[in-house]
Design a protein around this ligand. Sequence first.
Ligand code: SAH
Length: 221
Amino acid sequence: MTKKDLPPQPAPSDRLTRLIFGLRATGVTDERVLAAMERVDRGAFVRGVFAARAYEDLPLPISCGQTISQPSVVGLMTQALNPQPRDKVLEVGTGSGYQAAILSLLCRRVYTVERHRALVDEARSVFSAMSLANITAFTADGSFGLPDQAPFDRILVTAAAEDPPGPLLAQLKIGGIMVVPVGQSDTVQTLIKVKRLDSGYDYEELRPVRFVPLVAGLASE
Ligand code: SAH
């Protein structure tokens, strides 16, 4: 069979529309989140052989041995975070940049931190190709947050910690929300929503998830 004989593949935009439609059945119901996800082409964040699977609800490998999260998990986390148009948001674990791109359409300013410099470089080039000018990506250990930019209205951690890191709790505004997977790295973790109250914090367990671990320090490559 030659290439000419293969059945035509639907255009990426049709495949994206179908993916987003399917997310409703997984519990992503917030219309603003769905609209933002429909505007961000996930195919731009996945390279090589896995690019063909970018429009399936699957986590996929990216550079540096890391993963781009499953779209339904991205949707549920974004929905739980409930970002508002005036918000300043911190994401820990830039990875491919996909989650940061979605956040950038839902709030005023996104700071995203990643310990692998190569991933930060790749994500920055996708952000600029998409003209997403309200995202700043840093190579740093995100467990310490970004003291210079703090406090944040929202913090989204996309790597699993044993407990919500203290510096991140401290950098959350009163009334602010943090969503973070907690648990041992090699077991099922629980997604937690933390709300900062006038005094103290309120913790709500959302659902089981599986993320790569939050690792201390900058990556050597
Ligand atoms: N949000 C990403 C997926 C994240 S995968 C996306 O949309 O594609 C988790 C990422 O967290 C990995 O890239 C990993 O390198 C990064 N990471 C792990 N520990 C970290 C730390 N202490 N500081 C910053 N990034 C970290």
